[in-house]
Design a protein around this ligand. Structure first.
Ligand SMILES: [Zn+2]
Ligand SMILES: [Zn+2]
Length: 161
């Protein structure tokens, strides 16, 4: 079992979590979404974590193949900036957890990086802070794309008891 803590202040961010064997796919079935919040079911069940090998969030690079673009983030939609399709060249090895397993994290001041339709898209960069104020994670919780929290692999650390 692993606990995740804030690298800046050492505060515990999650309860004890067990590692999943594989990164879960994101459901693209509209019927799975919550009728009120429009969120998908959380990618990761409560009490678990998994390390995402794919890059997540900014910076973004222009995709080589503009004819058949891939999603900007492996777990999200196709995105164009201006007229060109982009792909994440962001942080690899973020730690995916159920958002309710890091319930003390707070939005950044002025909703920084939390733009979205029904919730933050999570593709703008870190948008959730530790109680000490240090940005440590990115919440994705919009009416398209996944519902999951990405803990930054540098701004948080794992401790096994
Ligand atoms: Zn902290
Ligand atoms: Zn929406």
């Amino acid at each position: 079992m692993i606990v995740f803590l804030c690298s800046k202040c050492g505060t515990t961010i999650t309860p004890e979590l067990a590692e999943l064997a594989a990164v879960p796919d994101v459901s693209d079935n509209e019927h799975d979404r919550d009728k009120e919040t429009r969120r998908a079911p959380s990618s990761v069940p409560r009490g678990h974590y998994v390390i995402d090998p794919e890059p997540w969030g900014p910076l973004y690079a222009v995709q080589d193949d503009q004819e058949t673009p891939k999603p900007a983030n492996a777990r999200g939609p196709v995105v164009s900036h201006g007229e060109v399709f982009v792909i994440s060249a962001g942080t690899r090895h973020t730690v995916l957890v159920h958002p309710d397993d890091a319930a003390d994290l707070q939005p950044l001041p002025n909703g920084e990086n939390s733009r979205g339709c029904c919730g933050p898209t999570g593709d703008e960069g870190l948008n959730r802070a530790c109680t000490c104020g240090a940005p440590v994670a990115t919440l994705a919780a919009d009416c398209f794309g996944p519902y999951e929290l990405h803990l930054d692999p540098v701004r948080t650390y794992a401790f096994s008891q």
